[in-house]
Write a protein that binds this ligand. Structure first.
Ligand code: AMP
Ligand code: MG
Length: 321
């Protein structure tokens, strides 16, 4: 089976075709804001503008007759962006007379990670721009064991980077700066039960600008935020008695976060997994692959039920595999 998937919840418009074994082809265009953070309307206009050429690029490389279904990210995400993706996906499904499959974006991050790493039953740390969650499967649902109470870790890092005058996305730049950090400045370490919060940390880090080197601020920010995430992931492992951690989402490419989680896993006799970096951040292949899994297990989404779900939660999806 070959499934075409479209991801367009936020910054990346990405279309891919996958089969059960591999990613066959990908066409994508990232929206990079000229200034500030992601502007939902501008991002959606970007997606609408690029959609036709990306679809054409895919069909130039892969025969449309061989596509068995169209999968799309139905949510969570930015409303205007989701609507562009859903509209294009409905049109493709109707035109090719193939089933449509609405995919939960968070589930797709986890499933593509399991696919590419062979992790069986992990505690997943999903860290991206808008989302930050500790997720694990219990019975036929994924459950969120802990999550951010305010902004996602990626957004927090991007905000900090913007206040240093760095262009979006800030993650890679903050990581680079942090490598030059020598001094640790304490920042609010906010873990409440199994949840965490980042916005207070951003404000506190921004205030340090008058007195500290930006390398030290970036370093202190990463150490504090990643320790919070590692603590909650460890607690979920201990509670569930699982021995695998799966790191997914765009922030997951960060080497310092990988190291901290890796050390924690080693101390507990657990194993850390993460997929190749092109499958970490938002991408069409994860949507196509999860669509393929869903199709194999009898899921399709009638057009009338293909409305976008900006607040779609992973727990809402029954897992039949
Ligand atoms: P996603 O929403 O999953 O595509 O992830 C996007 C987020 O990942 C953005 O907030 C980026 O700043 C962040 N990101 C990308 N690379 C890195 C990195 N090396 N370190 C930390 N965050 C990163
Ligand atoms: Mg994401």
């Amino acid at each position: 089976m070959n499934v075409l998937g479209i991801e367009g919840t936020a910054w990346n418009l990405s279309i891919a075709v996958v089969n059960e074994n591999e990613v066959i082809t990908v066409a994508q265009e990232a929206y990079i804001p000229k200034e500030g953070g992601i502007h939902p309307r501008e991002a959606s206009q970007h997606h609408a503008e690029k959609m036709p050429s990306l679809i054409k690029a895919i069909f130039d490389r892969f025969p449309k007759e061989k596509i068995d279904a169209i999968a799309f990210s139905q949510g969570p995400g930015l409303g205007p962006c989701l609507r562009v993706t859903a509209t294009a996906s409905r049109l493709l499904a109707l035109k090719l007379k193939k089933p449509l499959i609405g995919v939960n974006h968070c589930l797709a991050h986890v499933e593509v990670g399991r696919w590419k790493t062979n992790a069986k039953n992990p505690v997943a740390l999903y860290v991206s721009g808008g989302n930050s969650q500790v997720i694990a499967r219990r019975g036929n649902r994924y459950r969120v064991f802990g999550e951010t109470l305010d902004i996602g870790i990626g957004n927090a890092i991007d905000k900090l980077a913007r206040s240093f005058g760095l262009q979006h996305p800030g993650g890679p730049k903050i990581e680079k700066l942090a490598e030059g950090g020598r001094r640790y400045y304490p920042l609010p370490y906010v873990v409440k039960g199994m949840d965490f919060s980042f916005s207070g940390m951003v404000t506190a880090a921004q205030k340090l600008k008058e007195s500290a080197r930006i390398e030290d601020i970036a370093f202190s920010f990463q150490e504090t935020a990643f320790a919070m995430l590692t603590e909650v992931t460890e607690r979920a492992l201990a509670y569930l008695g699982y021995d695998e951690v799966l790191l997914v989402g765009g922030v997951g490419v960060n080497k310092r976060l990988q190291k901290m989680l890796g050390d924690m896993c080693e101390d507990r006799g657990a194993k850390l997994y993460y997929p190749p970096s092109e499958l970490m951040g938002d991408n069409g292949a994860m949507i196509a692959y999860t669509g393929l899994l869903m199709l194999k297990h009898g899921y399709t989404t009638p057009i009338e039920e293909s409305f976008v779900k900006p607040n779609f939660r992973i727990e809402e999806v029954e897992i039949r595999w």
